[in-house]
Design a binder for this molecule. Sequence first.
Ligand code: TRP
Length: 387
Amino acid sequence: MTVTSLTPELTDPAAPGDGGSSVEGQAVADAVSDASLRRSQARSDEIEAQIAVDPRGFRMLTGDRPTGNLHLGHYIGTLSNRVRLQNLGVDTFVVIADYQVITDRDGVGEVQERVFSLLTDYMAVGLDPTRTTIFTHSAIPELNQLLLPFLAVVTDSELRRNPTVKAEMEATGNRPMSALMLTYPVHQAADILFCKGNLVPVGKDQLPHLEQARVIARRFDERFGRADRRRPVFPAPEALLSGGTNILGTDGQKMSKSRGNTIELGMSADETAKRLKRAVTDSDRHITYDPQNRPEVANLLLMAGLLSGRDPEMLAEEIGDGGGARLKAVVTEAVNEHLAPIRARRAELAADPGHLRAVLAEGNARARDVATATLDEVRAAMSMSYV
Ligand code: TRP
């Protein structure tokens, strides 16, 4: 499959990609201390080793909000890693977080269209719905019901201290924050715990969420747990900080739809070429790979390198005095060549909306079975089972 040509030796495990979709990711990432980051990284390395030996010992849960089309930043930073884990045999669940759309937006917009576009992107890059359960929040009432007991074990001040929630409060200025925004880390814990996920691939900006989910799992068992303490209802999920490389947009800023600096998976080869033609470089015609001093040029070289399986320094040497124009031509070719089979598959999938609907219905049914079983256990643990 196409993603395997994303050469692993070129991805830097110390620089997890955050997928670019979270709120104020950088501010949150900065709030995570170096020491705790080092601990999480060390633990992630151990988990990777364990996955290699026993992939079926893991159930992975991850997901995205259906708010925009997926782009190269997502692909290199997170999607290729999900596909890798799926292909290693890890039991994989992916939530299309449609209820998260209403945390920070007034309307839901074209949510239906976006959900199916996301599903199409997932399948085009190699998530296989026969092995990976892809589902939407809104179709799983039993998942959402977990929110109630979970809300009972967290305090409002602890939620207000959550770095992502805090960043959101600051970003929205005087605009009142919805209670759903305040509680969304708890909802996200339900996403992970409903399927007893024990593995969550994350960027460092999402670490505080994972910590919240671990706390909720532990407190649930302390408060409502079964008599047999050795069998907690919820396992403590662990973060896997081994995403791909964080690449920037064509202007050297964080890749994000609102900046118009993305290369979307679904763009045509021509649109890609046009966008890359406008990419920011610098005035030095001699191309070198120097991430520190020439971040925009280095980013383009890295992009080309990752997608063609070549070393960005070698690419720079080959381009030499060819300048920005030659560099852009090289990047365009690498991107378009790598994405060609993904785009062809994407077009095929998009041409059959009936099939997409069937895939999502099947994923939702599977997720719902799992959620129903978990909620039954939760009711029993809470002594609220009346059947
Ligand atoms: N908040 C994540 C994002 O913005 C999406 C998401 C929802 C998620 N539920 C999750 C990620 C559970 C990991 C685990 O992309």
